[in-house]
Design a binder for this molecule. Sequence first.
Ligand SMILES: Cc1ncc(COP(=O)(O)O)c(C=O)c1O
Length: 470
Amino acid sequence: MTEHIPQTMGQQFGRRSWAEPWKIKMVEPLRMNTREDRARAAAEAGYNTFLLRSEDVYIDLLTDSGTSAMSDRQWAGMMTGDEAYAGSRNFYNLENAIQTYYGYKHVVPTHQGRGAEHLISQAAIKPGQFVPGNMYFTTTRLHQEMAGGIFVDVIIDEAHDPTFLHPFKGNIDLDKVKALIDREGAGKIAYISLAGTVNMAGGQPVSMANVKALRSLCDQHGIKIYLDATRMVENALFIQEREEGYADTPIAAILHEFCGYTDGAWMSAKKDSLVNIGGWLAVNDWDLFEELRNMVVVFEGLHTYGGLAGRDMEAMAIGIVESVQDDHVRSRVGQVRYLGELLTDWGIPIVQPVGGHAIFLDAKGFYPHLQQTAFPAQTLAAELYLDSGIRSMERGIVSAGRNPKTGDHYYPKLELTRLTIPRRVYTQAHMDVVAESVKAVYDGREQARGLQMVYEPRYLRFFQARFERL
Ligand SMILES: Cc1ncc(COP(=O)(O)O)c(C=O)c1O
């Protein structure tokens, strides 16, 4: 008989375990509920996880946006909020952190990412111009369209295949950009909308080589590159792990170098920067900055607070410094990977390779018998909630919305349900519970009948749409 030697989960996957570089000093109790409670709550919420009350949720993986745990230092920073209307010292701390770690010259604070998207879209897009991007993001594309822009997806084709293994599935296909320039002319391109990592593709990264090549192409044609830096720190970890020459480069240096190939960035600080609210926009060009600084007072607040309290800017400034520490990023992405490896081991169809912030379940793989118009990913999110009280999010046909010209649904190739892991919030045991519930729903997949949409809002319908079971 061979002796059974217990192994840690890390060892089971052939490596040493990662561990969080912190310990817990305050906890928030979770509420367990029954299947009957959940059936009632799901029906009341129109089978849309955005419409559930958080009190009815057990493990909340709706989003990693604004849901992370702040550190004791960030909370201490909140107490040093300078709530002056103008010139708060916390703004200057934030400006300094952005200039130091992201490297841009001029900073405009905003209340969150979409506030920044609004400003950059209005300032940098002329009606009728094209905005090529590495896959769309919901709020980003909507702001570009509302400014009169026409979004063009220029991500590599592999990104649309959930099973294709590519180390940098967020990369831009330069041939697609060149073809657009040849067809329309560089003057018809507002800017390149580059995101690192790519949320809708499964949190997939962009390589340094790709952004460098993009920079040189854009320089030939006088085209600007603006970066959605929302999860760029996580992107930097993938460069460190996967790209030749970066294994010994700290995350902070990789981040700084990558941003250096772009002309500016916007940020939802609610993700990488470990805060519950906040965002910013930063550019190198003075004239564009002048325009943005002028617009921010109309839509957000004065240019030294942008819709934020001083304390929020302080928490963000400290969060930026914490977010670029190598051991933090490694454990954050390591936890996501842990869940992904468990599910992969159990034969559950998920987007591969596992990305930075979430596990994306492949709803078409769960429910091959459902048409996309029966909303497979929305169905899967509802089933997971009913099974265990875990809240996930649809990232498929509902999120894709409708073509503003034709009014038809967009039919994205990827029909995904996202299990998004907040930073520094849940434990490995929580990840095990999530995996067990996903497995139970997968085992019962043949019973799923799908949903029909009974209420559809005009904008960003995934937030408020209502459904009934078929
Ligand atoms: C990639 C990306 N860009 C932009 C945003 C918009 O940011 P916010 O939610 O702070 O408005 C998000 C948020 O989900 C995002 O994931």
